[in-house]
Design a protein around this ligand. Structure first.
Ligand SMILES: Nc1nc2c(ncn2[C@@H]2O[C@H](COP(=O)(O)OP(=O)(O)O)[C@@H](O)[C@H]2O)c(=O)[nH]1
Ligand SMILES: [Mg+2]
Length: 617
């Protein structure tokens, strides 16, 4: 029966060290598992690909070992394994001492941010005391002031078993003080193996970087964008119902062919993270390598993937990488940079921005990266929001920061300079809101100056080109403006109508009222009202906007009182049928006007057309 995966103490440990120094033999001596599975590995006597073994100590501590190849040709595979480890078992043969890949693997672990480890000086059965002392001296020089400075050094022989109990003790110690590298709460499982299992279908394995996986969950294979479902989970060969951050996990997937799987893909929650092809990185170059000066084609390793990247040096501390194929990357992720020819690791770094701001010059880019490097989310969040002209969605911040929507909303609510829109989906800065409100005040001030006698500006115009969510955020709770129907005005605005204009408006209304059901063309009525020709149209439109006059069709305008009269008369005769000629008799309206008026009444749902007749609703 699958268990619910109680929080057993467990850790993922990677081997590291020069080829032939005894990594695989040590893992075999410890776990009984020969991680050199491939025929070619057997034939050549060296590890080529990653090997996996798990180990339960006498005290019940579970360690997942990732055994990496030491040969310089297979650093790519070593990197795929090292991306998911918590601690390193650095293996140095006592008779050979520190060699190039001892150094390279050590540097890679350091650059990947591995925090702890154990150093095994192995093959002591083959070495003299002098050799052992020399090796220890070299190790001390290598690890000085590094994460391994205080790591235990254990002298062992995988052949004779000498020192193995001290190694077990050191492992127990390591697990007791274990803390997971926090890579955020979002589900990410960089895949290091994918295969078909008879009767099960597709299985992928990897270290779960963040979040939790449960059987039945939907997942997405990124950057392919293929969705699948979790049929089953295994940890240490045991079926479980959930897997948590930091655990080496085997995932049985349905809905995806084994052939679609390759190392380097990453399992995420569907539609949560977005692949990117541009990264800005705080870089650290290894000493003794030839540094890239301006631009160079390199290989970038992230998670379990290796991607060709075009590197642009911004300054000594920052680079930008244009990736040949997209990757899932989040701020804080560690990467390794390698030169393809001659093959060498030249540095590594921390991703500062997986979706760099565009249209910045080099100076601005560097300044921006400096603040991202120096600050935490309290710097990053306002920066990301404010560099967009109208804020951004909470959803987009998930793939830009690696924080869940819920934690982002929490941070936004707690911040003094950011706020959520009413629907909780969008975030803007207080500075943006202030600026937009000022813009609205400026707009209304100008509008009122030009139209002193108009009660307000049409809302559609005052939305300043923003969508409803954003413009409502500006209007809501803003005491300087007042909304009335579909008009908005400054709170201080009182429509003032000059007496002369008031008289003109009155005369126009009078003409339309007089015309009743027989209105002449609106322009003729305006002439009769004797208003200055230049103002005719404006005054007419204003009366229509204010609802004093009602436009029934393009050339037919009635006074509101006339239509109110129709409305009240109809209200008393619900259900009655009448013909067009009856309607004409009743209103004395000409046939030319009757049809558009009836259509207007239909549209207003006062009447309904029924053959040649109308029914009062
Ligand atoms: N005498 C002796 N030989 C060892 C010891 N550990 C490994 N070897 C041998 O060294 C060779 C390389 O070991 P292996 O574990 O494959 O090295 P790796 O490349 O670091 O994985 C093999 O022939 C092993 O049998 C040891 O402690 N003592
Ligand atoms: Mg090996």
């Amino acid at each position: 029966m699958p268990n619910s995966n109680p929080d057993v103490r467990q850790i993922v440990i990677g081997t590291a060290g020069h080829v032939d120094h005894g990594k695989t033999a040590l893992i075999r001596a410890l776990t009984g598992v020969d991680t050199d599975r491939l025929a070619e590995e057997k034939r050549r006597g060296i590890s080529i690909d990653l090997g996996f073994a798990h180990y339960t100590s006498p005290n019940g501590i579970n360690a997942s070992f990732v055994d990496v190849p030491g040969h310089e040709h297979f650093i790519k595979n070593m990197l795929a394994g090292a991306g998911g480890i918590e601690a390193v078992l650095l293996v140095v043969a006592a008779d050979e001492g520190v060699k190039p890949q001892t150094r390279e693997h050590f540097e890679i672990c350091r650059l990947l941010g591995v925090k702890r480890g154990i150093i095994a000086v192995t093959k002591i059965d083959l070495a003299s005391q002098e050799q052992i002392d020399n090796t220890q001296t070299q190790i001390d020089a290598l690890r000085a002031e590094s994460f391994l400075q205080k790591a235990p050094i254990v002298l062992v022989s995988a052949l004779s078993g000498r020192g193995m109990s001290a190694l077990v003790q050191a492992l127990e110690q390591l697990c007791c003080t274990q803390t997971f590298t926090d890579r955020g709460s979002l589900v990410r499982l960089p895949i290091d193996r994918g295969f078909a299992l008879k009767g099960f279908g597709t299985v992928v394995t990897g270290t779960l970087w963040g979040g939790e996986l449960r059987t039945g969950d939907s997942v997405e294979l990124q950057p392919l964008g293929v969705e699948a479902r979790i049929r089953g989970l295994q940890i240490h060969g045991q079926p479980v119902t959930s897997a948590k951050q930091g655990q080496r996990t085997a995932v049985n997937l349905s809905g995806v062919e084994p052939t679609a799987i390759q190392r380097g893909l990453i399992l995420t929650k569907p539609k949560q993270l977005l692949p990117t092809k541009r990264l800005q990185i705080a870089v650290e170059w290894l000493s003794g390598v030839e540094l890239p000066t301006r631009r160079e084609d390199l290989l970038l390793h992230i998670g379990t993937s290796e991607i060709a990247a075009h590197l642009k040096v911004l300054n000594g501390a920052f680079v930008e990488c244009e990736l040949e194929s997209a990757a899932i990357a989040l701020p804080g992720d560690r990467i390794i940079l390698r030169r393809p020819t001659p093959a060498e690791t030249i540095g590594g770094g921390t991703i500062l921005d997986p979706f760099p701001a565009k249209q910045l010059n080099r100076f601005q880019t560097i300044k921006r990266l400096e603040s991202l490097l120096a600050g935490g989310m309290e710097t990053r969040l306002p920066l990301l929001v404010e560099e967009q002209s109208n804020g951004c969605t909470v959803e987009s911040l998930v793939w830009k920061t690696g924080y869940s929507e819920d934690s982002l909303r929490g941070l936004i609510r707690a911040s003094t300079n950011l706020l959520l829109t009413a629907d909780d989906e969008h975030v803007v800065s207080q500075a943006w809101l202030n600026a937009r409100r000022q813009q609205l005040v400026d707009f209304l001030t100008a509008f009122h100056a030009q139209n002193p006698s108009t009660p307000g500006a049409p809302l559609a115009q005052a939305r300043l080109g923003l969508n409803l969510t954003l413009s409502n955020t500006i209007f809501q709770g803003f005491s300087a403006v007042r909304i009335n129907g579909d008009l908005v005005c400054l709170n201080s605005h009182r429509a003032e109508i000059p007496p002369e204009e008031l008289a003109q408006l009155g005369r126009i209304e009078q003409e339309f009222r007089k015309a009743g059901f027989q209105p002449s063309a609106p322009m003729d009525l305006l002439k009769r009202a004797a208003v200055p020709a230049s103002k005719e149209r404006g005054l007419l439109e204003r009366l229509i906007k204010e609802g004093r006059l009602i436009r029934v069709s393009s050339s037919l305008v009635f006074h509101r009182d006339v239509l109110d009269h129709v409305r009240t008369s109809l209200a008393q005769q619900k259900g009655r049928r009448f013909s067009i000629s009856e309607f004409k008799d009743w209103t004395q309206i000409s046939r030319k006007y009757a049809i558009p008026l009836l259509e207007y009444l239909d549209y207003q749902r006062l009447t309904r057309r029924d053959g040649d007749c109308r029914v009062v609703l």
